[in-house]
Write a protein that binds this ligand. Structure first.
Ligand SMILES: [Fe+2]
Length: 290
């Protein structure tokens, strides 16, 4: 059977979510902390009190504040001090990365990803996307970071569908993976990931960046976010960080560079920084602790 003859199996997203029951929602403490960060009437003490309810998150915040990166003379001893010291943006990044680490570290065999590889890939894409969007201001670059972290989250759910597919069939090797996912199931891992993120009430530019990280030309409100995630995803794949099966058929859409106002040299500058970023994150996020 050729690919063009494939009739997509209609996937009911709700049904799929139920089948992937083991995917946890964003933990309650993390959700509450993110709400507080976005609420202008809340203060740092409220945020610290909520974080203190979660041992792993509290530990992460303290480890980060006391890291060599900040070189504090007097170590920070309480979550309240750490929160004041690090600031809301850093705390938000830590919450997202920390909350996702546990389940993104799982193996994803359908995509040829060993344990920890999807998580490493996500951290690289997040860091690269933040660099790529940095000239568009703090809010856009931080949202691009989160979108990068989440862009392949749909693979965790999609993997359930791929278990029934013969991945050695030549038609699975010769086309970009998202095209094949769509041809077989009527949805690709990017759209599925965006649907998962929508259930976490994440803002539209983030949802678009996830949905269009392989097709940045189609993004609207999240055009910069999607372009940033796309170039970082491509760069991480080029470096072989969590490449898996997707790597061989991945091409860079030049519209992404254009939207970012980037040259080829800017791209390679970002690429050179990805491996150190992953090594740094691995040092701080002990993923077995989540
Ligand atoms: Fe992807």
């Amino acid at each position: 059977m050729t690919t063009s003859q494939v009739t997509p199996k209609r996937v009911d997203v709700d049904d799929l979510m139920r089948r992937v029951g083991e995917l946890p929602p964003l933990p309650q403490v993390a959700q509450r902390a993110l709400q507080l960060i976005r609420d202008p009437s809340s203060n740092m003490a409220d945020l610290a009190d909520v974080l203190s309810l979660d041992q792993a998150l509290a530990g992460l915040v303290l480890r980060w504040a006391n890291s060599a990166y900040y070189g504090l003379v007097h170590p920070v001893a309480t979550v309240r001090q750490a929160v004041v010291y690090l600031g809301q943006q850093t705390i938000e990044n830590l919450i997202m990365a920390g909350s996702l680490a546990a389940f993104m570290a799982r193996p994803v065999p359908g995509y040829g990803l060993d344990p920890g590889e999807l998580w490493k890939h996500s951290v690289a894409v997040a860091g690269g996307a933040r660099l790529a969007a940095s000239r568009f201001g703090m809010q856009v670059s931080e949202e691009a970071y989160h979108a990068g972290l989440l862009c392949d989250i749909g693979k965790l759910a999609f993997e359930v569908l791929l278990r029934d597919v013969d991945l050695d069939d030549p038609q699975w090797c010769n086309r970009p993976l998202p095209d094949l996912e769509a041809a077989h199931f009527g949805i690709d891992h990017a759209s599925l990931g965006a649907e998962m993120a929508r259930r976490w009430n994440l803002p539209t530019p983030l949802l678009e960046a996830i949905a269009f990280h392989h097709r940045p030309a189609q993004a609207g409100e999240g055009a910069i976010h999607a372009a940033a995630v796309h170039v970082a995803d491509y760069a991480a794949t080029m470096l072989g960080i969590g490449m898996g099966r997707e790597g061989m058929q991945y091409s860079l859409d030049p519209i992404a560079l254009e939207r970012l106002g980037w040259t080829e040299a800017s791209f390679y500058e970002m690429l050179d920084r990805l491996e150190p970023l992953v090594a740094e994150a691995e040092g701080f996020l002990d993923i077995t602790a989540f």
